[in-house]
Design a protein around this ligand. Structure first.
Ligand code: NAD
Length: 476
């Protein structure tokens, strides 16, 4: 599953050739390693006048040991900024100078640019975004982070406010495509009153855990967030991972275990040996079960009830493809894909919920696909099932919210696994390069996004479908 082109592009001659021919230039992405700090340099934080998030954000960053530059940190402010610092008075221009300022540019390298846009209530106020980002656009380190915070349009009090808050999406998605060098850019909508529920998402988006997540819109709602040990957020939690014998599922088991979870790894009996290896490696247990068997939900529920008395995190990762154009597709291929990827998950959720095996604070995480968003030739069955996973997230979120359980899904793009290694070369190269990172993602990228959803800190994160696709052009 090695990306030989990227390896070559990282060599001296490769770099020169890539530059001369204008070929895709895949950056080395900063990925999380245990013990890594959240950021590798200071973070610029600012707000449009009246922003309600800048103060809580500054406190969160401070308590996480992140150095803040700009008004909220009290050091510098971008030249010409119309933004208002914490405390309400506009600081004088500091060391930052903008693009086109040539040798005079003295903006120190920034790990992230964070902007609280919740104070913008009218389209004329959008200028604050330009004033903030324009002078700083070239100050970001490689694998830098851009996060704009807004108010969900549906929670806005006037049509004008809803209009400008929706406009923020255009900015962040474009920055993701424009800044390059592994920069990610996201829009985080924080509902009024949910200011304290932001921390798990802020930590995920700033860190190397979100290396391959870009151009996304995340919604955070009001929720009571418990105390979280951010080094082992899943300590004491029981996490079921289906399809855990290999690929993405095996990595999910590993990452959840590293975050402290006790993992129950499930896969088909035919994958028993590989499954046992994964379970042993993460200090978890293995369950050999075909999810499509009629008695699978009951057997699984009995197992979880007998062994653990509950399950806190359920990751529905098991999935199959049976690709053919619709007119040539065997009906069994349609049925089996829908059965594994969607129907079996619904049946399992129903039984686990009926028997109250998922307690308050529980987390359901689905694995969709960008094919479920954009559709894909030869994958009508797969795309239908994966769009169904998105439907499940949206339809179940309000129902489960009453029980204090969240439901979200990741939608991976091109991830380097055995599945994608089998794609013919030309298509494979297209899949790899046609995204803002000019490379495929790794199973760990998907696993880290799942771990973010699974965190007790993500109590306010529900009903979200977040793509782990390097901002793929497909379905954008
Ligand atoms: P994979 O084929 O390597 O692993 C899937 C696992 O699910 C296998 O171990 C398989 O035995 C298990 N499984 C299949 N049917 C099962 C059943 N009936 N009962 C129990 N286990 C079953 O696939 P992967 O690439 O690791 O993908 C994992 C998930 O991510 C899938 O849902 C897939 O659709 C999704 N996805 C993958 C990519 C990618 O690029 N690899 C992209 C988008 C979405």
């Amino acid at each position: 599953m090695s990306d030989r082109y990227a390896s070559f592009a990282h060599t001296g001659p490769g770099r020169a050739l890539v530059k001369r021919l204008g070929l895709p230039d895949p950056p080395r992405l900063r990925r999380h390693r245990p013990g890594d700090p959240l950021t590798t340099a200071q973070v610029r934080l600012d707000a449009a006048s009246g922003g309600r998030l800048v103060e809580p954000l500054a406190k969160l960053l401070d308590s996480a040991g992140v150095e803040i530059s700009g008004p909220a940190g009290g050091t510098t402010t971008p030249a010409g900024s119309t933004a208002t610092p914490v405390g309400g008075t506009t600081a004088s221009a500091g060391t930052a100078t903008g693009p086109g300022d040539g040798a005079g540019s003295r903006v120190p390298p920034q790990a992230a640019l964070l902007f609280d846009a919740t104070g913008i209530t009218d389209s004329s106020g959008l200028r604050a975004l330009f004033d903030f980002f324009h002078p700083l656009a070239r100050s970001l380190q490689p694998s830098g982070r851009v996060v704009v915070f807004g108010t969900p349009p549906e929670s806005c009090t006037t049509p004008r406010e809803a209009t400008v808050q929706r406009a923020l999406e255009g900015l962040t998605r474009s920055i993701g495509k424009e800044f390059g060098r592994g920069t990610t850019a996201q829009l985080v909508y924080v509902a009024p009153g949910a200011e304290r529920a932001v921390e798990s998402t802020l930590r995920f988006l700033l860190s190397g855990r979100s290396a391959y997540v870009s151009g996304q819109v995340v919604r955070i709602g009001r929720a009571e967030v418990p105390e979280v040990d951010w080094t082992r957020p899943l300590d004491g939690r029981i996490a079921l991972v289906t399809g855990a014998a290999r690929g993405i599922g095996a990595k999910v088991a590993e990452v959840l275990a590293a975050d402290g979870a006790q993992v129950v790894a499930l896969d088909v009996p035919a994958a028993g040996d590989a499954l046992a290896e994964v379970a042993n490696a993460v200090g978890g247990t293995a369950v050999q079960l075909d999810l499509t068997a009629p008695d699978a939900p009951l057997r699984l529920a009995d197992h979880l009830a007998d062994r653990h008395g509950r399950v806190d995190v359920v990751v529905h990762n098991a999935g199959i493809t049976r690709d053919k154009t619709l007119g040539r597709m065997n009906p069994d291929w349609w049925d089996s894909v829908l059965e594994v990827n969607l129907s079996s998950q619904e049946r399992i959720n129903d039984v686990l919920l009926d028997r109250e095996l998922i307690p308050r604070g529980g987390r359901l995480v689905g694995v969709s696909s960008i094919a479920g968003i954009a559709g894909n030739r030869g994958q009508t069955n797969y795309a239908t099932s994966k769009a169904g996973v998105i439907g499940l997230v949206h339809s179940m979120a309000p129902v489960l919210a009453e029980r204090g359980i969240t439901v979200n899904a990741v939608a991976p793009g091109f991830i380097e696994t055995r599945l994608t290694a089998r794609i013919p070369l030309v298509l494979r190269e297209a899949g790899r390069r046609m995204n803002s990172m000019a490379q495929g993602g790794l199973p760990v990228d998907v696993a880290q996004a799942i771990a973010w959803f699974a965190s007790p800190g993500s109590a306010g994160v529900t009903g979200n479908v977040v793509r782990v696709c390097g901002q793929s052009l497909l379905g954008a």
